[in-house]
Design a protein around this ligand. Structure first.
Ligand code: APR
Length: 239
C-alpha cells in the first residue's frame, strides 16, 4: 500500500527501536530484546546513578558498542528521502525515541530526539557546569567521574524515572497539534509520553498509521491502519 504523501501538509513520524533493528541495534522489547537479558526498567532507572551507576554503563555502554559499526538502513533512508522531496508548503517532523542518531546520519533534518542521544556524556550533577561532550567510551569496567565536580558521568539520555526535556517535549506537541498524517514505526507503544502521541494526532484529525513487526499489545484504537512487517522492507515500498 502506497501512501500518497502529496495529500498531506503536516506529517509527523514517530520512530522506536524497531526501525534500527536492521542496523544491528537491539530493540528493548520483543524477540532478542535487551529486556530479555536485563530488566531495563530497573537497570536503566535514574536511581541507579546513586546506588549502582555501573549498571547504567553496562546497559548503555553496550549500545554505544553496537553503534560503532552500525549504519542507517533502508527504513532510515526512506524517511530521509521523504523529507527531502517535500513541497515548500509541507511540514515534516520526525520524533524519535531512539538515542542512536541514525536518522540524522541517514540525512533526516527535522529530528526531535525525545530521549536524548547516546553519543553524549554529561555530569549526573544538574548543578555542575560541565557541558555534555561527544564520547565513544563504553565504560564497561569503571564508572567515569566528572573533572569539574567529581560526581559520576552518565550518558546524555532520558533514563526511566526522568522527565522528557522541555525542548523536545514542546517540539513534539507543537508538531502534533496540526498534524494530518501520523505514522508510528518500529515502536511497541508501551512507553509514555510517546505512546500517547497518536491520541493527539487523532484529535487533530490526522490519518493514523502503525507500522511494526509485531502487533501492538494491547492494541491502541487511535491507530486506524496497521501494517505488520519489517520497517526496512515496508517503508521503501510505502513511501
Ligand atoms: N521493523 C519494524 N519493527 C520492528 C523490527 C523491524 N525490523 N524489529 C523489531 N520491531 C518492533 C518490535 O516488534 C517491537 O514492537 O520494534 C518494536 C520495538 O519496541 P521496543 O523495544 O519497546 O522499542 P521502543 O518502542 O522504541 O521503546 C520505547 O522504551 O526502554 C525504553 O527508552 C527506551 O526509547 C525506548 C522506549
Amino acid at each position: 500500500m502506497k501512501i500518497n504523501i502529496k495529500n498531506y501538509k503536516q506529517i509527523v513520524v514517530l520512530t522506536g527501536a524497531g526501525i534500527s533493528a536492521a542496523s544491528g541495534i537491539r530493540t528493548y522489547r520483543g524477540e532478542n530484546g535487551v529486556w530479555q537479558e536485563f530488566d531495563v526498567g530497573q537497570h536503566g532507572r535514574v536511581d541507579r546513578l546513586k546506588d549502582n551507576p555501573q549498571q547504567i554503563w553496562t546497559l548503555f555502554g553496550a549500545l554505544r558498542a553496537q553503534l560503532k559499526s552500525a549504519m542507517p538502513n533502508q527504513a532510515h533512508l526512506a524517511l530521509a528521502a521523504l523529507e527531502q522531496n517535500l513541497r515548500p508548503d509541507q511540514q515534516f517532523t520526525l520524533i524519535t525515541q531512539n538515542v542512536d542518531g541514525l536518522h540524522q546520519r541517514a540525512g533526516s533534518v527535522n529530528v526531535v530526539e525525545l530521549h536524548g542521544n547516546i553519543r553524549y556524556t554529561k555530569c549526573a550533577n544538574a548543578a555542575c557546569d560541565l557541558a555534555p561532550f561527544t564520547d565513544e567510551n563504553t565504560y564497561a569496567d569503571a564508572v567515569p567521574r566528572c573533572s569539574k565536580c567529581g560526581d559520576v558521568l552518565r550518558p546524555d539520555i532520558v533514563l526511566f524515572g526522568e522527565m522528557i526535556p522541555a525542548l523536545p517535549g514542546w517540539q513534539a506537541k507543537r508538531a502534533l497539534r496540526e498534524c494530518d498524517l501520523f505514522m508510528a514505526i518500529g515502536t511497541s507503544g508501551s512507553v509514555a509520553p510517546a505512546s500517547n502521541f497518536v491520541r493527539s494526532a487523532e484529535y487533530a484529525g490526522a490519518r493514523t498509521i502503525y507500522i511494526n513487526l509485531d502487533p501492538m499489545e494491547p492494541r491502541n484504537p487511535a491507530f486506524k491502519e496497521e501494517y505488520l512487517g519489517k520497517a526496512e522492507e515496508l517503508l521503501p515500498a510505502m513511501l
